[in-house]
Design a protein around this ligand. Sequence first.
Ligand code: HEM
Length: 288
Amino acid sequence: MITATDPLRSLTDGRFRFQMALRPGEGGAVFGPTLHHATVMAERSRLLATTPGLYAAARPGLQDALTKTARLVNQWLAATGTPTVELPPPPADETAGSLTAWCTLAGTRWEPDWMILRPDEDDIFRLAAGVVCFPSGWALTDKIGRPLEEIHAPVPGLNEALGRQIQTFLLRLKPEAVWLRDNWGLSADSALNHHPSLNLRPLTASARLAETWLRYEEQLLVRLPDSHDVLFGIRVGRVRLPEILPFPEVTRRLRTALESMPEHVAFYKGIDAARPTLLAQLTALMRP
Ligand code: HEM
């Protein structure tokens, strides 16, 4: 079965605000193959073959979590009716180097990005391992080993608005119960990989709707069996705005979100320079 994410789900109704917006779901929604499976896998393999140090990382002592992740992913793939992925067992020596090599291999075989968080002795969730080939403007290597609150620190207002709810949610997760949520942004290109080292062209004050993409992420959160570790999956998609603006509801939602977004959030999301012109173009589209 092919997995499809609805790009419009990320664009929620009403004024912009950071929200948990979690819904129960299936692992296949993020780990199942999409229509673009072959091209996405080719891009992941290319990135991980040329610069694995930028996209994969692991802390020592994660063998059990990686073993459970591989088992869970195969259960989800089987449930979508697609072939499972055979990987060697994660290395028993548990060093950061050999676990990172295993993660790199898994990163060439699983379609979405993924990370593992492990709570420390104070129940603070820290990023312990993962492969992120298609980040939205951040680098896995800057975040590895850090607590989630620190990871979220560059997002203005996020910890204040949701930090406590996120921590409570992660602590209360029931093993193997899958939760999904969405994020969205706008970009000036259709590249999946927005690693900061690429210095991609930002949206500017002369942005045109016709040359702007909605970048949407479907995220998965699940607690691994018999542990307190959490697997966090991210599938990124993008669609050029002209493909979705014919739906008046989309135009209205995007306009409301852009108009109501606080300036510091618009700056963080790289939308601040383009916002006035995009708003004017959306308003023109809405005129009868
Ligand atoms: C329920 C849990 C979570 C919620 C509600 C949440 C929410 C958010 C939101 C709203 C953003 C800003 C995105 C944007 O508007 O462009 C964000 C960014 C981010 N989140 Fe989360 N998040 C959650 C869990 C996680 C987890 C488990 C990780 C794992 C490491 C994570 C890593 C990140 C990263 C790396 C960023 C980008 C930070 C940067 O730009 O430096 N989040 N998150």
